[in-house]
Design a protein around this ligand. Structure first.
Ligand SMILES: N[C@@H](CCC(=O)N[C@@H](CS)C(=O)NCC(=O)O)C(=O)O
Length: 212
């Protein structure tokens, strides 16, 4: 294998990984998964037992899942691409803090919104509706917390990091987040970057898509 292999789906969290690979200028083979059922095949589950994208196969053959783990691994390999601030810098701690906040909270809130039936054993439609209502409340709260940390236009100020691309991706899944001026400005600025804009387009972001 020449380079990386990215398993991806339109509208999904693999967008930020494609953006990172493009920002780095890494050679990668995109492997598009259109049918959700393909995530549950033995072949895919051998790559990621969670049955989720993104999954990145490294040139070494190692396979990594979990969006933030993938981004940290790419940053370790290509520090000169400055996906994140340099090791040991206070700015890096902030960028990593908010990456983890987003994956643990905002991404998880979005998954409750998009897959509510996975979060209750009650088959009644009202149960799923209640999960969705709470997910929206949590999304609004968590985006508001993120917004307070944004120096502007990017999280850390003038320089974009992959944390900003992650934030823009999540905001595309929850339109009300764009009512927060700091989030709207950050997203607009992130999309000025041609590498990010390309990943955004390939992943069919900016429309109705949502996570699925
Ligand atoms: N914590 C994981 C979440 C990955 C995830 O939930 N991916 C979604 C797409 S955004 C997925 O593959 N869903 C398919 C499914 O759960 O069936 C990450 O950060 O990579």
């Amino acid at each position: 294998m020449a380079g990386y292999r990215l398993y991806w789906r339109p509208g999904s969290g693999s967008m930020v990984v494609e953006a990172a690979l493009r920002l780095i200028g890494a050679d990668f083979e995109p492997i598009r998964i259109d049918k959700e059922a393909a995530l549950a095949t033995p072949r895919f589950l051998a790559l990621n037992p969670a049955g989720k994208v993104p999954v990145l196969e490294l040139p070494s053959g190692q396979v990594i899942a979990e969006s933030v783990a993938i981004l940290l691994a790419l940053d370790e390999t290509f520090p000169e691409a400055r996906l994140l601030p340099p090791h040991g810098s206070p700015a890096r701690n902030v960028a990593v803090q908010w990456l983890i906040f987003m994956t643990a909270n905002i991404y998880a809130d979005a998954l409750r919104l998009y897959y509510p039936s996975r979060h209750t054993d009650d088959a009644a439609p009202e149960a799923a509706e209640a999960i969705k209502r709470q997910a929206i409340i949590d999304l609004d709260r968590d985006f508001a917390q993120l917004a307070t940390a944004i120096k502007g236009p990017f999280l850390l100020g003038a320089r974009m990091t992959i944390t900003d691309v992650y934030a823009a991706m999540l905001a595309d899944w929850h339109a009300p987040a764009m009512r927060l001026p700091a989030i709207a400005t950050l997203t607009a600025q992130v999309l000025e970057n041609p590498a990010v804009a390309e990943a955004w387009r390939t992943h069919e972001f900016g429309g109705e898509a949502g996570t699925e």
